[in-house]
Design a protein around this ligand. Structure first.
Ligand code: ADQ
Length: 482
């Protein structure tokens, strides 16, 4: 397949800037979007447009230049003012869209000022994309912070090739209806030629919202791809469940440093079964719910005392936003509470790590862990579930997965699915996983690994580009069939 030149657009560039000993440093960011897209741009080349933060400085530009010097893709940074960052990102994106799209409407703050800044910053992104791209490039915009960039670009370049991928869930009409700017956002999304969402559930919700709030839109097509035709244009809507670079995870899991680290971890845990949780600090990940369920599990199944340990890794995220600071305190309180109630000399039931850990270390922990416990209240996909299985090259280990993660439909055959709001159910799922025979673990893990291998990040990209080609061909023919 001939691939077009790619201009990828996301809120942040995949580099985070920190100051160490008074010196500014850039390091790779953690998070699902970066984990998924970085290998893709590495393989394909192109330009990554995104915010470099709120301080434009020669040092930051130099770090970005150096980072792209040996890389097949280049960075095109833009910079926001502190006021823009606060109202557009912390405000509209994370106090409105993020909770609403994760069905947590009571957490929304529908401040109209946020909307002004959302529009303003999306126009700023469109300016940056326009400067960084040519008319023939494929402009691929990512995620909920940038739902209006395509609309501005479409006005300026009517023939542009515009695609959008939403990494988070799309809510049902009852929930989406709460958004004061609901019709505008839907119209903005219809500026793209191709609109990708994570799962069939998100596709159905988006189409139901279009039908409710833009009644003039005509939806056609059966099966996977649907076509929305309106006075705004023609938009193909399809689910593309995002994935990981399966082979890269599996290979790294077999590497010498990882194997050595696994031995060290196991030497310290002896006959204790390790359960692992790995999350960005976010209330959608259900970390307090998991800790409470784990406390319940230890209270009701004392036979597992000194036999199980939960390694809970949390990567700091959205620091400075009050709700996230509160969540951090809540997680720390629960860890202390459970450890205080059950610890004994030589056994601490929760090993809590609050930092970003290097890839080798993360994979070693996945590999050493007997169970992965994922309890998202709602999640676009959840790449940790797929990373865990890819790292289990010994074909052991059990995945306990929230039924509200986007990964659940794909992984339901091998995983134990749980409702994260059901403390008893999660505890029972964990017990089932810990008691599972090696034969059943192997049988389930084989199925999980097979599923993830055949639908990895490269397949995801190819499916997306293939859909784009079909979109272009259909536009030439102007047929109303997707
Ligand atoms: P996230 O909400 O960030 O992504 P997720 O898909 O689980 O969620 O990805 C988290 C990533 O961060 C994983 O690649 C994981 O390895 C990494 N990570 C987590 N904790 C870490 C730590 N302490 N140290 C180092 N790395 C860590 C968003 C959506 C998801 C969707 C992705 C991709 O919210 O639903 O799956 O985008 O589309």
């Amino acid at each position: 397949m001939k691939l077009p030149k790619l201009v990828l657009v996301s809120n942040r560039l995949p580099i985070t800037f920190t100051t160490e000993d008074g010196k500014l440093k850039g390091q790779p960011s953690s998070g699902g979007l970066v984990s998924a897209l970085e290998p893709l741009l590495k393989a394909h080349g192109g330009i990554w447009v995104g915010s470099g933060g709120t301080e434009d400085s020669p040092q930051i530009r130099k770090i970005l230049e150096d980072a792209s010097a040996d890389s097949p893709y280049k960075y095109a940074p833009l910079f926001l003012t502190a006021e823009e960052q606060s109202n557009f990102y912390e405000g509209f994106s994370n106090e409105i869209v993020w909770p609403l799209f994760h069905d947590l409407q009571s957490r929304c703050n529908f401040d109209p000022r946020y909307w002004e800044f959302y529009e303003r910053v999306n126009r700023k992104f469109a300016d940056a994309v326009e400067q960084a791209s040519n008319a023939d490039d494929l402009i691929w915009i990512h995620d909920y912070q940038l739902m209006q960039v395509g609309k501005t670009l479409r006005c300026r370049r009517p023939g542009a090739r515009l695609a959008f991928f939403l990494h988070i869930p799309f809510p049902s009409p009852d929930i989406f209806a709460k958004l004061p700017w609901r019709q505008q956002i839907l119209k903005d999304l219809l500026a793209h030629d191709l609109l990708g969402v994570q799962t069939g559930r998100d596709q159905r919700n988006l189409i139901a919202c279009l039908r409710c709030f833009i009644p003039s839109v005509k939806i056609s097509g059966q099966g996977e791809s649907r076509l929305a035709v309106s006075e705004l244009g023609r938009t193909h809507i399809e689910a593309f469940p995002i994935s990981i670079d399966y082979c890269a995870f599996a290979d790294q899991s077999e590497s010498e440093p990882v194997l050595e680290r696994v031995q060290q971890i196991k030497a310290k845990t002896h006959d204790i079964q390790i359960t692992v949780g790995v999350d960005r600090l976010d209330y959608t990940k259900g970390i307090p719910e998991r800790l409470k369920a784990y406390g319940y599990f230890l209270r009701h199944y004392p036979e597992f005392h000194r036999k199980v340990e939960l390694i809970q890794i949390v990567v700091p995220s959205r620091e400075g936003i009050p709700r996230y600071d509160q969540l951090k305190r809540e997680v720390e309180r629960l860890v202390t509470h459970v450890n205080g109630e059950f610890s004994e000399p030589g056994w601490v039931p929760i090993n809590y790590i609050y930092r970003s850990v290097p890839r080798d270390e993360l994979i070693a922990i996945y590999r050493a862990a007997d169970v992965a416990l994922i309890t998202s209240l709602k999640d676009g996909m959840n790449l940790v579930a797929k990373e865990y299985c890819a790292a289990k090259t010994e074909v052991n280990g059990v995945l306990v997965l929230s039924e509200f993660a986007g990964a659940a439909p794909e992984l339901r055959v091998g995983a134990i699915l749980v409702n994260p709001n059901d403390e008893l159910g999660v505890a029972a799922g964990l017990k089932q996983a810990l008691e599972m025979t090696p034969e059943e673990r192997r049988r389930r893990m084989l199925r999980l690994r097979h599923q993830i291998r055949q639908a990895d990040i490269h397949t995801w990209r190819d499916r997306f580009f293939h859909a784009l080609e079909k979109t272009a061909a259909a536009a030439e023919g102007q047929s109303d069939e997707p």
